[in-house]
Design a protein around this ligand. Structure first.
Ligand code: SF4
Length: 208
């Protein structure tokens, strides 16, 4: 049976937003976390239906119009979410159709170690949305324990090395502080992470 990728949508012609060159962001539906300020609440399976059910071939058909841009700029496809590593079979099959495009993946790593191992073989760069390393803050913000994300980050570092990973460290109003973020960065540097993206969540009133 063909692997599928339920998607809430895709966005073309993104310039140096989350990868080199021109990228198309393809958003998965489904996420194991329940972040309090979810950026894509419609990605949760409980809250809506996917707009698309892609097969590897149908996604390739949908995005190939930008192939020349990808090849000329070193860009490609950014799988985002929801959680794209819920669909490692799909990403593997898609990669075979587009061997010359770069593949990027934005992930919380709150997935199975097997999915991480498989993605490590095909994804060129990972944006790891680790959020926070303090276990209590992580659980109160995401509804899940930190251990799985932390263990998978160490696994990914061992498989692909630090140059292919950027770790996102947000300041989350009401949950962590700059001091927490500094502690997270120090811990992750001990683990071998060298690339960080520190930014602040801007919370809309309706999400509070
Ligand atoms: S990991 Fe992303 S998609 Fe999943 S709940 Fe958190 S913000 Fe939403």
């Amino acid at each position: 049976m063909k692997p599928i990728f339920p998607s809430i949508g895709y966005s073309r012609l993104r310039m140096e937003v989350d990868g080199e060159g021109v990228t198309t962001l393809v958003c998965a539906q489904g996420c194991p976390l329940r972040c309090k300020y979810c950026i894509n609440p419609e990605s949760s399976r409980d809250r809506g239906r996917p707009r698309y059910i892609f097969t590897p071939e149908s996604l390739y058909e949908a995005v190939k119009i930008d192939s020349l841009y990808f090849l000329a700029t070193g860009g490609g496809i950014m799988f985002g979410g929801g959680e794209p590593l819920l669909y490692p079979d799909f990403i593997e099959e898609f990669a075979k159709l587009a061997p010359d495009w770069k593949l990027y993946c934005e992930t919380s790593l709150w997935v199975s170690p097997r999915a991480v191992e498989r993605a490590a073989q095909i994804v060129d760069h990972f944006a790891v949305d680790i959020k926070e390393t303090d276990p209590e803050i992580y659980r109160s913000y995401t509804g899940r324990p930190f251990d799985r994300a932390g263990e998978n980050l160490r696994l990914l570092l061992s498989l692909v090395g630090a140059d292919r990973i950027t770790v996102r460290l947000p300041l989350i109003p009401g949950y962590n502080t700059d001091a927490h973020r500094d502690r997270s960065e120090a811990l992750l540097r001990e683990w071998g992470v060298t690339r960080f993206d520190r930014f602040n969540y801007v919370i809309k009133e309706k999400n509070r």
